[in-house]
Design a protein around this ligand. Sequence first.
Ligand code: IPM
Ligand code: MN
Length: 359
Amino acid sequence: MIYKIAIVPGDGIGPEVTGAASDVLKAVSERFGCEFEFNEYLAGGCALDKYGVPLPQETIDGCLASDSVLLGAVGGPKWDAVPNHMRPEKALLGLRKELGLFTNLRPASIQPALADACVLRPDIAAKGFDLMIVRELTGGIYFGDRGRNEAGDAAYDTESYSVAEIERVARRAFETARKRRGHVTSVDKANVLETSRLWRESVHRLGETEYPDVRLDDMYVDNAAMQIIRDPSFFDVIVTSNMFGDILSDEASQVTGSIGLLASASLGSSSRGMYEPIHGSAPDIAGKDIANPIAAILSAAMMLRYSFNLAEEADAVEKAVADVLADGLRTADIKAPGQTDFIKGSEMKKAVLEKIGRN
Ligand code: IPM
Ligand code: MN
């Protein structure tokens, strides 16, 4: 089988990091014999410049015709002034919706070799943590009705969730927990919001009927934001709504101290997923060979694992990354305080490629 991969580089550092990740996939192909076909599509600001829309139909069709999608990042100050429906971010939201990717997996953990990059107090960091945020991705307030009144002096956004929407993402969270440490924390604001009360009820009903073996607890989102800093080792899997997951996943990734290392997977009910680094397009460093390609490379590893079921190949990529970090190689974003011998993005990629060849 030849796996068809749609590459959507996007804006800023997107093309550099997806370029590195596809080179890694080529190395995996050479070493393990699996076959990939790559096709590139535009989305985000670059698509707006070329076609006048952030998400051209050709990109949607190309992604739908692929077995999986690898995305870089979209957006940048160049497009800050464009009307809301034309913003580069619309491409991302549109792709998630068009591809039916209702679950977003965002792992955040301390890489042992990088414990010194963790921004937490040393005694908290020493306990280590490895959490997985399972974020609902195609519903809630990011997709609800919104608008302004006629005078333009009041605005509204709507949060709405159905039981079916809650259950399908919660199911993914329980399944994920079963392969990890068997613990799900459902995060909501049930002391205020009706959608949160439905969320909580639905998650519990599903847990009790289908996943009694998984430990389930609840946490208000404000408390969760605090606990991620106070004691992240408490968490295994966090399942939460689109907006809360957006916010908490940025927090969790920054807490690791190495946002340039973190990958994510967006999944639906088929095996097709969209994989992207958690970091943004970082236009200020684009084209300077500074960007760390590891988050995109680890996103490609997640693709191998979740969409293609190529566990051995995914392990090899993750091990290659862990090894280069253990060797002390650092790009600028993960250098130790005062360290001056950090390397370029392309050198980091080369080091990973070498490990994959050698492993
Ligand atoms: C993310 C991003 C997007 C989101 C934006 C760009 C629409 O912040 O992937 O977390 O909020 O989902
Ligand atoms: Mn975000």
